[in-house]
Design a protein around this ligand. Sequence first.
Ligand SMILES: *[C@@H]1O[C@H](CO)[C@@H](O)[C@H](O)[C@H]1NC(C)=O
Ligand SMILES: *[C@@H]1O[C@H](CO)[C@@H](O)[C@H](O)[C@H]1NC(C)=O
Length: 212
Amino acid sequence: MLKILIICACVCNVFCYFTLLGKCPENLKVQEEFRLADFFGKWYQSYHYSSDGQSKNNCSVLELVTKPTGIYLNQSRIDRGLFQRYSMGKLEIPTKIEDAAKLDLTFVFDNAPRRLRTRRYPFYVMATNYNYYATIYTCEFSPLINKHFIYVWILSRNQILNDVSKDLAVKPLSQIGLDASKLTMDEFSKCNPKYYTDEPTEPMTFRYPVPI
Ligand SMILES: *[C@@H]1O[C@H](CO)[C@@H](O)[C@H](O)[C@H]1NC(C)=O
Ligand SMILES: *[C@@H]1O[C@H](CO)[C@@H](O)[C@H](O)[C@H]1NC(C)=O
């Protein structure tokens, strides 16, 4: 019985998460001559789009962190209005200069079966002017059901993104058929979590296991 329940839960996860038909969009135009060095510092998630319509956290902040083992993305947020948590994804830096904005993130899921422990996700900078806004895109494809999942971050150096920057940030999204009306605004007015987690936890943006 328990087994059946677990299987059902997994199937729902897959179907609820991957909702867009076919493969991930290809040949997306990304930021030209992207300069990673100028991308460091704090970014507030001012708007987002999640193709599964789920919203499980608030007050999300992204920041690159340099460690002896490489550059990591610290994704911190308040989960379900209660828990201040963060996850660390290792940044994989493209070798070709023309692909500089096509970053990847690798997460290690310690509790997952060995095959699914290390997972890599695209983290493409579609547009940024470094000082005000950045538009980031990720996509995951499930060959099993031939559907994909998309998440878009509209990041801002300030908690509130000005209108001009927002227009510029939204522009590249027409490539994937999104406009401003599909974005959800994130607020930073109520960021008082009850609990803090000191250790990195699993990311919530990248939920479904796709092995690399
Ligand atoms: C990640 O960011 C959060 C929030 O700013 C901070 O509390 C946490 O210490 C950071 N973690 C690392 C490893 O930098
Ligand atoms: C966002 O924060 C508010 C206020 O703390 C909380 O009531 C709400 O549940 C949070 N939403 C999510 C998706 O975490």
